[in-house]
Design a protein around this ligand. Structure first.
Ligand code: FES
Length: 571
């Protein structure tokens, strides 16, 4: 692309009053005149926030990106977008993913940008930024924030997946509440996102396997100086990408999505991956369905030994060779010719990678677990699908029929789960309704509901659980999630009653409510839908327009592209 074709010339290249206004106000930051002369203007889309602790180091990271952009002859302009702190936001960060994607899309479109570097870290920030950038489709490159250093407590490595164990230990009385504050500090001991293969790490691996980041991006720890080096090099590369006019649509082919699904399976990635990838595909205009998640992952084993499916942490994955070493192990099943942001194919990027630690990265022939990936379930209880993380589920529960213990909503669950009166045993199936996209709203990570205290005290560690919500990528158990259609819009899931039997058959990918059609029809007549009554602002808009989980939970009006052309200006 020649300088005259730069999108930013439509601002900074103008003569007369318009050009004066566009340049003059930016000059108030001390930029000399020549910066406005035919240089690619690169936006740095920053999700820095002290309220998103996983991204709290992004001011520094942005400086490294800027160094690279200046060095390559670009003109960097950093801008903030709404950030999403997974741990702090109520009712749930997922409610705002689509809002952030709109912020990103419109911020890029409205401004004089020729390319953009997306600084992402905590779970939802990655899909939100990628979704927004895809809808505009100017050159874009992702720099992830990197994971925290591994936590250490009493000589043992700990990470986010241990939160659930410690929580259960406190409930059982085996761990004192006061001890938790020591563990809190020991677990989160550096900047960065969760150090296990949770959603944030899965998203970092997703962007690298899609080809949207430089190789090695996924696993460099946040606190490692090489993270800054990668940010610097990303700054250099985005300037070249603008000159080559390499856009997300040149990278995000159907084959790239297939690679991402295969990689997510082999690494034991998060169930949230399914929702986010479907949403990104919807923006990119690439046909992708929930069923693709299942058949493309079929037969691919777990070759990365990271919690929650295995033992280790992201730091260990980095030392073992990072994602390029994993991709090399997957060479025989990947589409090798997919283009990536550095102008090389994915295979060219991983062909020289080495696996330094077979305890952390195994091979397809000798995996850590032959079972991995997402099972997509169908049946009358989830006509449009539900998912289960195969490597996190207990083998003895993969085929299970049990009586439902139904909680109508999260408050009902919290009020009764530890009650002595609750009629429940280890064969029961816990059912949680009204935690879906519209029903909660925002589809919180509550699907891995903690087990009843009386069963924990008997040493029961897993039960079948079914909900229309999500679970943290750091969680585990035989947990059926994302039931679609959700209860709040009147899916059959809304009709389940305590005492009904449910049959889960994972090998057959089936989830059935064993109640006759006639009885279900009677129940449907009595059903009162329980959509939250919010009629204003973003949340009202979200409830009206959010799609179901099997379609990525994007807004119906956001799918596809707006493009980078803005027809009118105001000066
Ligand atoms: Fe941010 Fe886990 S809370 S990645």
């Amino acid at each position: 692309m020649g300088e005259k074709d730069l999108r930013s010339r439509n601002w900074f290249g103008r003569k007369g009053k318009d050009g004066f206004i566009y340049r003059a106000w930016v000059k108030n930051q001390g930029f000399p005149d020549y910066e406005f002369n035919d240089k690619p203007v690169i936006g740095i889309c920053n999700t820095w926030s002290e309220l998103a602790p996983c991204n709290a180091h992004f001011r520094e990271l942005a400086e490294s990106v800027k160094h690279g952009i200046w060095e390559a002859g670009g003109f960097p302009l950093e801008f903030p977008v709404m950030s999403l702190g997974e741990t702090l936001m109520k009712p749930t960060a997922m409610l705002y993913r689509n809002l952030v994607s709109m912020d990103v899309e419109e911020s890029i479109r409205a401004n004089p940008l020729d390319g953009v570097v997306l600084l992402c870290g905590c779970d939802k920030t990655t899909p939100a930024l990628v979704m927004g950038a895809c809808s505009v489709d100017i050159p874009a490159l992702v720099v992830s924030g990197g994971a925290m250093l591994t936590g250490r407590y009493r000589g043992k490595s700990i990470g986010t997946s241990d939160v659930w164990r410690y929580h259960d230990e406190v409930r059982e009385g085996r761990l004192k509440q006061e001890e938790l504050s020591t563990i809190e500090a020991a677990m989160c001991r550096s900047c960065g996102h969760c150090a296990v293969m949770g959603t944030a790490s899965s998203m970092a691996c997703m962007v690298e396997s899609l080809g949207l980041s430089l190789p090695g991006n996924a696993a460099i720890p946040a606190a490692d100086s090489r993270r800054k080096t990668l940010a610097h090099l990303s700054g250099v590369r985005i300037v070249e990408m603008v000159k080559e006019n390499m856009k997300p649509s040149d990278i995000l082919t159907r084959k790239a999505f297939e690679n991402a699904i295969k990689v997510n399976t082999a690494i034991g990635g998060s169930t949230n991956f399914a929702i986010h990838l479907l949403a990104i595909a919807g923006r990119a205009g690439v046909p992708l369905t929930l069923d693709d998640m299942d058949h493309l992952s079929a037969g691919i084993p777990l070759i990365v030994n990271l919690q929650p499916s295995g033992e280790y942490f992201m730091e260990d994955l980095f030392y073992a060779g990072g994602l390029p070493a994993v991709l090399k192990e997957l060479d025989s099943i990947l589409h090798r010719d997919c283009m990536t942001v550095n102008g090389k194919t994915i295979q060219e990027n991983y062909k020289d990678a080495e696996n330094y630690d077979k305890e952390v990265i195994a091979s397809l022939d000798q995996p850590f677990n032959k079972v991995s990936g997402l099972g997509v379930l169908k049946g009358n209880l989830c006509e449009d699908g539900a998912v289960i993380k195969l490597s996190a589920a207990s083998p003895h529960l993969m085929r299970h029929t049990g009586k439902a213990v139904v909680f109508e909503n999260i408050e009902d669950y919290k009020a009764r789960i530890d009650s002595d009166e609750l009629e429940v045993d280890e064969n029961s199936i816990l059912v949680l309704k009204n935690v879906g996209p519209k029903g909660y709203p925002g589809m919180p990570e509550v699907g891995n509901m903690g087990l009843p205290k009386k069963l924990l005290n008997r040493g029961i560690t897993d039960m079948v659980r079914v909900s229309d919500g999500r679970m943290s990528g750091t969680a585990f158990g035989t947990v059926v999630l994302h039931v679609s259609p959700e209860a709040a819009i009147g899916g059959i899931f809304a009709l389940v009653k305590t005492g009904d039997t449910i049959s889960l058959d994972v090998p057959k990918r089936s989830l059935m409510l064993n109640v006759s059609k006639e009885e279900l029809a009677e129940r449907k007549k009595e059903l009162k839908l329980s959509l939250p009554s919010v009629n204003r602002g973003y949340v009202g808009l979200y409830i009206d327009h959010v799609l179901q989980a099997n379609e990525g939970a994007d807004m119906d009006f956001l799918r596809g592209k707006s493009g980078s052309q803005v027809a009118r200006d105001s000066h």
